[in-house]
Ligand binder design. Structure first.
Ligand code: ATP
Length: 375
């Protein structure tokens, strides 16, 4: 049987009797998993974290930690610790004493304190920095001290509130890998708050995508990317092309959609659809090809081919992002450079091209409406 570390049941938080910051959220986080709350600024991620930590009480609903109701339990009596974005280190204590702080508060014996702090210093690779004051540390080192300090008391859950937001992009990448390693080594539950989809995608076992206080979709990174439930998730987790229209015809595994901007297009029927139904489809740009020559569909394969003109190219080294104008509308196509560039036909701005993709490569959004989307 699976062990559940943190369970939120119908949790709502209303501030000032009027503003609903968290709206009827239910979540089950398994023991030892790396779980991310992902969503735009102000969607309620931090409020959820603060309720788990005990800094806020839910207005309605229930939270359990390892099967025990923790509503009303003060923060210091919960087996939970938090790493904040701004590190919150004690400026007058050196690295060792910052990490040792909670152990000293509990009056643990000196040899035990030394052993536990040393373990954390090894884990977070802070050897050689133990005597330094916070002001003498780099951003990445400060973050490691904050993580070591939060882990030293062996919480059963570690809450991380945008812990890497203050670091530059390269260091963030590096710290993500380190966090992953630390998580594997300590084996406790990590709940990670971020608005950065690539962070959440690269590190999490499960992701809850949030908007306006609600969880819109919960799944593995693969599920939320490949099978977004609606346009909000499809848009928030990466880039995509949307098609909206009414079903004209259903044939075997495919349906023909009369799209508002691109005319009739075949899509894969990954759910039941009926003629006349209004449907919204997401097609990831990396599934769309751009070529000078007209593609030839292999026998039995349904291909959509449109003619257009390259409107914009963004060269990123490992890939090029194309925006292609098709009449008055636009499609995005991302081309990975798997071979050397000189091997490829270079496609540039204003080129006449064919834009094409396999009908199987799209995904029908289960929830339409509610979220305005540019096609
Ligand atoms: P960010 O990524 O910007 O930190 P977030 O998703 O973590 O955003 P929260 O900090 O949970 O969002 O805030 C959710 C909403 O609740 C926001 O609109 C915020 O202004 C509001 N809010 C948070 N705390 C309080 C409070 N103590 N009193 C009133 N409103 C609050």
């Amino acid at each position: 049987m699976k062990e559940y570390s943190v369970v939120l049941s119908n949790v709502t938080k209303i501030f000032d009797d009027s503003f609903t910051a968290v709206d009827n959220v239910s979540l089950t986080i398994e023991q030892g998993e790396f779980f991310s709350l992902l969503g735009p600024s102000g969607c309620g991620k931090t409020t959820i974290l603060r309720m788990i930590a005990g800094f806020e009480d839910p207005t309605f609903g229930n939270i359990t930690l390892n099967g025990k109701n923790i509503i009303g339990t003060p923060p210091n009596e919960r087996e939970v610790n938090t790493v904040f974005q701004n590190y919150a280190l004690f400026p007058h204590l050196n690295v060792f004493e910052n990490i040792a702080f909670s152990l000293r508060l509990r009056r643990e014996p000196e040899d035990q304190v030394r052993r536990k702090v040393k373990e954390m210093i090894e884990l977070t690779r802070l050897n050689g920095h133990v005597e330094k004051m916070p002001s003498q540390l780099s951003g990445g080192q400060k973050q490691r001290v904050a993580i070591a300090r939060a882990l030293v008391g062996r919480p059963t859950v570690l809450l991380l509130d945008e812990p890497l937001a203050a670091l530059d992009a390269k260091l963030r990448q590096h710290m993500l890998v380190e966090l992953d390693t630390i998580h594997d080594e300590v084996g406790i539950t990590f709940i990670y708050v971020t608005h950065d989809q690539s962070e959440a995608m690269s590190i999490s076992d499960h992701v809850a995508v949030m908007n306006e206080g609600e969880i819109i979709q919960l799944g593995t990174p693969f599920e939320v990317y490949e099978s977004p439930v609606n346009a909000f998730v499809a848009n928030f987790i990466g880039e995509t092309n949307f098609f909206t229209g009414n079903v004209v015809k259903v044939e075997d595994e495919y349906f023909l959609l009369d799209t508002e901007k691109f005319g009739e297009i075949w899509f894969y029927k990954d759910m039941e659809v009926i003629e006349g139904q209004e449907i919204q489809v997401s097609l990831r740009p990396e599934k769309v090809k751009v070529t000078r020559d007209m593609p030839v569909a292999p026998e039995g394969v349904k291909l959509n081919v449109l003619k257009g003109v390259v409107d914009e190219t963004i060269y990123l080294g490992n890939q090029t992002k194309y925006t292609v104008a098709i009449g008055q509308s636009y499609l995005k196509a991302f081309k990975q450079h798997v071979r050397y560039l000189f091997d490829e036909v270079i496609i540039t701005w204003k080129d006449d091209v064919y834009v094409w993709w396999f009908a199987d490569d799209s995904y029908v959004l289960r929830e339409t409406g509610g979220v305005p989307v540019e096609e």
